[in-house]
Design a protein around this ligand. Sequence first.
Ligand code: C2E
Ligand code: CA
Ligand code: CA
Ligand code: CA
Length: 276
Amino acid sequence: AKVAGKNCYRFYSRAMDQAVERRVQLEQDLRGAWDRGELTLAYQPVFDMRANRLVGAEVLLRWQHPKHGMVAPSVFIEVAEQGGLIETLGPQVLRIACRDAVRWRTECGQPDALFLAVNVSPRQLRGGDFAAQVEEILAGTGHPPSLLHLELTETAVIGDELRVSGLLGRLRARGVKVWLDDFGTGFSGLSHLRRVPIDGVKIDRSFIAEALRNPDDLALTTAIIAMAHSLGMTVVAEGVETEGQADLLRERGCDYAQGYWLGHPMPLEDLIALCR
Ligand code: C2E
Ligand code: CA
Ligand code: CA
Ligand code: CA
């Protein structure tokens, strides 16, 4: 209500006031969360479906709030985006995860394999120095560019294709891979996205959840896989929760998969233990 000005004030309901206050409080708490040790990284393994082999991991941010307990990333990432915090949070996640991944590979005796997938918010791409920032972190941590996968959503790309293509092109020239996250939930489709260089798509888990029961979702999943392959892209299915889903996806030619049935997001130590 404070920012709304005198004339707008009376249009605010008490409930809205409380929601705004809670958001402002969360944002404030989030600012000091790293220093207080409340933020940690979890890693969800990604498997090659045909070879039945671990091929990489996606890093997911976790926030253990002293009062509210675990705050869902869907909540605090949005708070970070709106409060302009994601511009510092994003690179911090990338740096720590790259350092972790270097250790992971060393301990697993696979210095040249196992990719790290990192989520990138649309706002991170808007700043002028994203590509330089990623390059600096790769150089500083010794993480190989070709083993870094950046996961973007359509909203990060749409409307700004030219600039984003340039920026991603620069990173791809060094070997960094670009993935389209939550594919199928947006509106654009693959042909539209041809204008942006992309190495692969992640089929949103809402399709995977229904694919065994709903023929439409199965048809869409199968079509996405075929379309992506014909464009030379790799396909990841996310949210695989049952053996039946995994079998179905393998049968339809899906390349990689992740989900609770294959492995929950876990601490680095547990990820390292997977290859022991
Ligand atoms: P996402 O990128 O789509 O990540 C996948 C989400 O699905 C994760 O939720 C993961 O825990 C969950 N998941 C994985 N397997 C399964 C499964 O089998 N079943 C179900 N029901 N869920 C599964 P999480 O960790 O809550 O993250 C939510 C979203 O928050 C992520 O969605 C991503 O968009 C965002 N996020 C998380 N960490 C970061 C980060 O470091 N940076 C940015 N920009 N966004 C992040
Ligand atoms: Ca993701
Ligand atoms: Ca996703
Ligand atoms: Ca998602």
